[in-house]
Ligand binder design. Sequence first.
Ligand SMILES: [Zn+2]
Length: 358
Amino acid sequence: MTENALKCKFNGGSIPFEYTIDKEQRFQLDPAAAPVVLEVFTLYSKGTSMQQIVNRLNERGVKSLRGNKITLNIVDYMLHNRRYIGEYGYRDVVTPGGIPAIVPEDLFERVRERIMKNKKAPARHKAEDDYVLTTKLHCGKCGAFMVGESGTSRTMTVHRYYKCVNTKKKKLCDKKPVKKDWIENLVVEQTLRAIMDDSVVDQIVDAVMDLQTRESTELPLLRKQLAETERAIHNMLDAIQQGVLTSSTKRRLDELEQTKSALEISILQEEIQRPPLTREQIAFWICRFRETDVTSREQRQRLVDSFVNSVYLYDDRLIVTFNYKDGARTVSLNDIQGSDLTVLGAPRKCQAPDEKKV
Ligand SMILES: [Zn+2]
């Protein structure tokens, strides 16, 4: 069995429903089921909840391996399964690229981040208690996350703050909690300062233009799945010509034809969804953040999610790392009395590029 595992061969047990096992006991994509997996990952990465995905699949009549309804457990297991990025695993044998991948690695990574975010921050669902720096803010002393907490004082005033998780649990760290509004305003202010800088906007535009020249990671996989489906249809037609026609062959052929047209549509959509953006359009998108309404929690969250990579809070300084190359800022806390968002002045208006292209 270990020998089989080292060759990335199927080692018995139940066959995962997105794969079929060929004569040499190797995993091959199941052209009908593999697109469902890719769809689940894509939906989740774009913000659809696990429950909504479950409902959607059941409405369409997608069935599990054992022919049952799709459950939350199945979708949850799917979204964690490294097999879909092509990782073969049997006991302690793990071979990256050992089996055909269904999901591109960057999509898998985005899904993993979203799962972590939802796990670490159940409070995010409570609109009122939303802490915009959750999963971004780290303790400068021990590196752990600082998470939102609130407490009510004897005078019944609610105090909101961020606290290092290590001080919460085992007293591993002595970082003092900081006020929610103070730290959030500070980060929002620094982020706005960064994007008010035209040279920063130019840098981001350059990076996006460069990214656009690279090909989509999902397209090659979709094209591969399409080729495999076409081959399967071809084989099936051969079998029919040779007179091997049963009702199950017919049903299978119908399924394959359906998969084929679904894949063709996905490929088309993927191609349409990526019209190249012009420099002006990208600059306009960034520029619009200059008009962020700092009193709106939603807009603050969007600004932080779009630009801030991480924030490390030390006793005497704050390091904000942005999502673009070389984008880090150190702010000495000694120079800051309080954070005052009015110092930024009126935001500049941005020139919209050709309307019909936006
Ligand atoms: Zn700490």
